[in-house]
Design a protein around this ligand. Sequence first.
Ligand SMILES: NC(=O)c1ccc[n+]([C@@H]2O[C@H](COP(=O)([O-])OP(=O)(O)OC[C@H]3O[C@@H](n4cnc5c(N)ncnc54)[C@H](O)[C@@H]3O)[C@@H](O)[C@H]2O)c1
Length: 409
Amino acid sequence: MAAFLQTNIRLNSIKIVPGRYSSPTDHQFRAPYRIRCAAASPGKKRYNIALLPGDGIGPEVISVAKNVLQKAGSLEGLEFDFQEMPVGGAALDLVGVPMPEETFTAAKQSDAILLGAIGGYKWDKNEKHLRPEMALFYLRRDLKVFANLRPATVLPQLVDASTLKKEVAEGVDMMIVRELTGGIYFGEPRGIKINENGEEVGISTEIYAAHEIDRIARVAFETARKRRGKLCSVDKANVLDASILWRKRVTALASEYPDVELSHMYVDNAAMQLIRDPKQFDTIVTNNIFGDILSDEASMITGSIGMLPSASLGESGPGLFEPIHGSAPDIAGQDKANPLATILSAAMLLKYGLGEEKAAKRIEDAVVDALNKGFRTGDIYSPGNKLVGCKEMGEEVLKSVESKVPATV
Ligand SMILES: NC(=O)c1ccc[n+]([C@@H]2O[C@H](COP(=O)([O-])OP(=O)(O)OC[C@H]3O[C@@H](n4cnc5c(N)ncnc54)[C@H](O)[C@@H]3O)[C@@H](O)[C@H]2O)c1
């Protein structure tokens, strides 16, 4: 970074740096794209941001979110060095692996990572270790980002886009804290094996150590404390041993957070309550697989999966910020994607990743402003509003960022 400071390159000057990627297969190549945007204005705060656009609509939404991040940051005296790296299917096409070592190194050395989405029809038949989605598992695991924060808020402007009745959906504002690096997605033993009868059996193991439960519970208690002070722990303690331990540890920690009201709910009931009366929830904490499912369910309450950001945080190192949606191959390359989930992920990056709350608030306010002006992508469109594409939505948010007075937080 020091070298960049000395060279005094303008913020919007983009330099292509030929990169050498090494992969687990020892394949090395000259990268056709590894982009660095470097800036140098003495006295400004600088951050390295790894941009991983990925596949499908990923590059479209990342390009828009990057501009918004840059503008909101510059208005608060922040400058960013963006380093764009291939991941997922894009990396498979380039180097034959979904997570090239050099991409991981750039991500690990950054201050924060903004990811688009991964996957697509083209790679659907790949062997498991060569599927684009494996990159996500590697990233989350190796960055040790065990806490996944997924807000689900029904904005008043979008209440009609919800599949639920207006009176049920309006006012919903919850945060799902999902454990991200443990449980059944990573547990051993796993795999497809042959049993003693010569029959194939598929094995996945739900396993949680006490320290894994404690650390995610602490994140959830702290999160609830900063919100409305209500935490609901979701498990399946009537059936699963891992859940029995989960409930025991979460309950034990509650005495350290007397200001937080703790409740417990079985996951099947939680899935039902989310649809019946979602307003009852403030903060939810749950394991990896339940969090995966419940947060997608919660996204539909808000109107569209294209609206929901997420933050994945560890005890140290950079956080990973990404929309919760996938690569949407059905609309990729058509300028139809809703970029707001990624733009809001950039706001979470500023808030939770860099502690830059004012710049984050600028983005959140600008998103609301663009919606107030009636701009809608297809997924959240309703008659009477203005249908726009991904790029135009990004431009409108950018205009709102520029026109708004400095945020107070
Ligand atoms: N984090 C990730 O990168 C991630 C997450 C989920 C799925 N995936 C991958 O994405 C691919 C497609 O998966 P899927 O179809 O199950 O889920 P998806 O989220 O990509 O798409 C589901 C539906 O939502 C729509 N949609 C998603 N994002 C949108 C947006 N921003 N704006 C407007 N509409 C949007 C899509 O058009 C589609 O109809 C698969 O390869 C899957 O493995 C990746």
